[in-house]
Design a protein around this ligand. Structure first.
Ligand SMILES: CC(=O)N[C@H]1[C@@H](OP(=O)(O)OP(=O)(O)OC[C@H]2O[C@@H](n3ccc(=O)[nH]c3=O)[C@H](O)[C@@H]2O)O[C@H](CO)[C@@H](O)[C@@H]1O
Length: 365
C-alpha cells in the first residue's frame, strides 16, 4: 500500500503519525510512505531523522479574527491543494492520513477531491478548525476521547485512541534514565511544557530551583529548545542543584517515560495518551493559549477521574508547584491511586485500532 501521512507544527501531531507508520511497518513491510509537512514545523527534523521520505508544502493557519492575513491564507491553501494533488498523484497514494496541524488541511482535502480514501486523527477532546473543516470530506475520523465524538458526523467517527500510546508501551524500566546519568534508585519527576516548552512552567520552576536541592527525589527538567538558552543563563546565576538535570529537549521520550514517577506538564493530548497508558501520575498545567481552551478540557478528563492534579496557569506559582510535587511523591498511597486511575483511561491498542480503520477504507489491503 502507498500511504501518505501528514501532520505537523508540534510534536503532538507528529509523534502519533510516526507511531502509526511504525505500527503499519511492523505488520507488513510491503508499504511505502510519504510524509507531507511544512519546512517550518518540528516535523521536518523529526521525520527526516527517521528516514521517512518527506515533502513540504507552504501553508499558514487561519486567524480567528477577521484580517487580511486570512485572504493570504486562502490563497496559500488553494496553492497547497494544487501542490498536494500533484504529490499524491506522483506518489500514487492509496490512502491518506492527517494527524492534525494546519498542514493537513490542503493535503487531506486534496486526497478527498481526488477520491483517495482518507482519515483524520483527532487527538484532542475538542477538535481544531482544520479537522472540523475536513470532517465533511474525509472517509473516517479517528478520535481519542469519547467527548470528541459529538463534534463529528456519527457515521464516520471511531474511537481509536492515540497510536503513540501503543508505542510507549514497548519500553520498560529505568534504562532511559540511567543512560542520561540519572539515579534509578530515587523517585524521578519529569518536568516539561509539551513539545515546545512553556514559559510559565519555566518561570515557576526557576523560582524554586534552589529549594529543590533539599528534596528526596531527582528532577529531569526539559525547558523546550527555544527557552533553553535563557533558562541556562538564569541557572548559572542560581546554581544547578545536583538532583536537577536540565535538557532542552528529549528525543527518546518513550524510553524516559517508562522510568518516571511523576510528570509535571502541559495537557497536550499526545502527552496525556502517553501518561495514561503508562499509568504515570501527573500535575497538569493546561496551556490557555490554544483553540477552544482544549487543553483544559483534556486535563479535566484526567483530573475528574483522579489520574492527575490540575493547576491553571494563572494560579501557578513555584511554591504551589513544589508543594504539589511533594504531596504526591511522599504519599505512596496517593501515587498508587493516581497510577491506577491513569491506567484505566489509557487505550493501549490504539495503533492497531487506527490500522484497522486504514485497512477497512483502503482499496488495496
Ligand atoms: C500549543 C499547542 O497547540 N499545543 C497542542 C500540541 O501540543 P504539543 O505538541 O505540545 O503536544 P503534546 O503535549 O500532545 O505532545 C508532545 C509530544 O512531544 C513529546 N516530547 C515532548 C518534549 C520533549 O522533550 N520530547 C518529546 O518527545 C511528548 O512525549 C509528546 O509525544 O498538540 C497537541 C496534540 O494535538 C494538543 O493537544 C496541544 O494543545
Amino acid at each position: 500500500m502507498k500511504i501518505v501521512v501528514s501532520g505537523g507544527g508540534t510534536g503532538g501531531h507528529i509523534y502519533p503519525a510516526l507511531a502509526l507508520i511504525r505500527e503499519i511497518n511492523s505488520k507488513n513491510k510491503n508499504n511505502s510512505f510519504l510524509y507531507i509537512g511544512t519546512e517550518k514545523g518540528l516535523e521536518k527534523d523529526i521525520v527526516t531523522r527517521e528516514n521517512i521520505p518527506f515533502k513540504s508544502i507552504y501553508i499558514t493557519g487561519f486567524r480567528r479574527k477577521i484580517s487580511f492575513e486570512n485572504v493570504k491564507t486562502v490563497t496559500r491553501f488553494l496553492k497547497g491543494v494544487r501542490d498536494s494533488k500533484r504529490m499524491l498523484k506522483e506518489f500514487k497514494a492509496d490512502v491518506v492520513i492527517g494527524t492534525g496541524g494546519y498542514v493537513c488541511g490542503p493535503v487531506v482535502y486534496a486526497a478527498a477531491k481526488l477520491g483517495i480514501p482518507c482519515i483524520v486523527h483527532e487527538q484532542n477532546s475538542v477538535p481544531g478548525l482544520t479537522n472540523k473543516f475536513l470532517s465533511r470530506y474525509v472517509t473516517k475520523i479517528a478520535v481519542c476521547f469519547e467527548e470528541a465524538k459529538q463534534f463529528f458526523p456519527e457515521n464516520k467517527t471511531v474511537l481509536t485512541g492515540n497510536p503513540r500510546a501503543s508505542e510507549v508501551l514497548h519500553f520498560h524500566g529505568k534504562g532511559g534514565l540511567k543512560k542520561l546519568g540519572l539515579n534509578p534508585a530515587i523517585p524521578t519527576v519529569l518536568i516539561f511544557g509539551g513539545s515546545r516548552g512553556a514559559r510559565a512552567i519555566n518561570e515557576a520552576v526557576l523560582k524554586v530551583m534552589s529549594e529543590l536541592r533539599e528534596k528526596p527525589y531527582q528532577i529531569l527538567y526539559v525547558t523546550g529548545e527555544i527557552h533553553f538558552e535563557q533558562v541556562a543563563k538564569e541557572i548559572e546565576m542560581i546554581g544547578n542543584p545536583e538532583n536537577v538535570m536540565i535538557k532542552p529537549y528529549l528525543n527518546n521520550m518513550p524510553e524516559i517515560l517508562s522510568g518516571v514517577d511523576l510528570a509535571v506538564t502541559r495537557a497536550g493530548a499526545t502527552t496525556l495518551a502517553e501518561l495514561t497508558v503508562l499509568g504515570i501520575p501527573s500535575i497538569l498545567i493546561p496551556s490557555p493559549y490554544v483553540t477552544n481552551n482544549h487543553q483544559e478540557k483534556n486535563a479535566r478528563s484526567l483530573s475528574d477521574h483522579g489520574a492527575a492534579e490540575l493547576v491553571l496557569e494563572k494560579e501557578l506559582t513555584g511554591s504551589k508547584l513544589i508543594s504539589m510535587i511533594d504531596s504526591i511523591i511522599t504519599d505512596q498511597k496517593k501515587r498508587e491511586s493516581m497510577k491506577t486511575a491513569a491506567k484505566n483511561l489509557g487505550l493501549p491498542d490504539a495503533a492497531n485500532r487506527v490500522y484497522s480503520v486504514i485497512s477497512e477504507i483502503s482499496k488495496k489491503n
